[in-house]
Design a protein around this ligand. Sequence first.
Ligand SMILES: [Zn+2]
Length: 332
Amino acid sequence: MIDKLSFFGKLVNGNSYHLQIRRQKAGKFVRRFGWLTGLILMIVLGLGLSGCQTKTTTPAKQTGIHVVASLNFYGEAAQKILGNHGTVTTVINSPSVDPESFEPDIATAKKVAQANVVIQNGLGYDSWMQRLVTANGHSDIQVLNLGNLVGRKMGANPHLWSDPQLMTRMTRQLVRQFSRLDPQHATAFQRRGAAYEQQLRALPRLARQIKRHANNQQVAVSEPVFNLALSAMGYRVSDGHFAQAIEEDSDPTPADITQLAAQIRHHRIAFFVENTQNSSKNVTTMVNLAHKYHVPVVKVTETKPVNQSYLTWMTSQYRQVLRIQQEARSQS
Ligand SMILES: [Zn+2]
């Protein structure tokens, strides 16, 4: 077993060589132990089932594919595809934890060490995940980096999940990876993946419906968490500099503030998108100004709320935009 304290020590010191040796020892233990359990099970089962001896004598892989995902909605998709042919651990499960400033603990490092597939957002959003994979040093962990998958470069907007196509692309990639790792269940992965894709179609459909009436209008945002959805819906973000400052927990410039306030007062934006998880003074001022001047406010969150699925969370955000359009049309 891994000595917790020294495991932590090695990780902190960044001594990945020793960590790797320990990992291999632990891995061997787990593999041998898993194999033994499997063998014992087979013997027990074999005694009960007299008909089919030849096939059950080979120790089957009992545990399935292990996935570790940085964010819970990525883990949710992986579990939908795996069904009961694998397990998923998501590192960040609470909506109150900020993935961008998260520091992983030993338990997370251990989970990553045992993973077959690691899902990370990439683009610097969850770089702690890459550090854990690298510290682990063994090459048979497959990493799905979503930033790379969609061909975005470091510095691009990392809030990839608001893109109505992202989860579909991720699902297809996971079906391929899982099928290679466990070919016996490839048909099941494909069937489950296709079923999830079918559900996910609701998002691009909503985005297209919204785009018909967006007319390339300007909108403003408190943070860039919903920008990829907005551009798929046919809107332009007017206050990139203000939003970037809020995202980085720094102060927008006086010019940013004056400009955004004027956009609100003169109705140059169709609506204001507020990330309700950040209640900085500057954002509250803008939201109050929007209310005062009857500029609609779309409320979004950066992390998935408790008791919501990725789809219910996203569709409820998309539908707010749809409602704003419908109200605007009924008033004109
Ligand atoms: Zn963010």
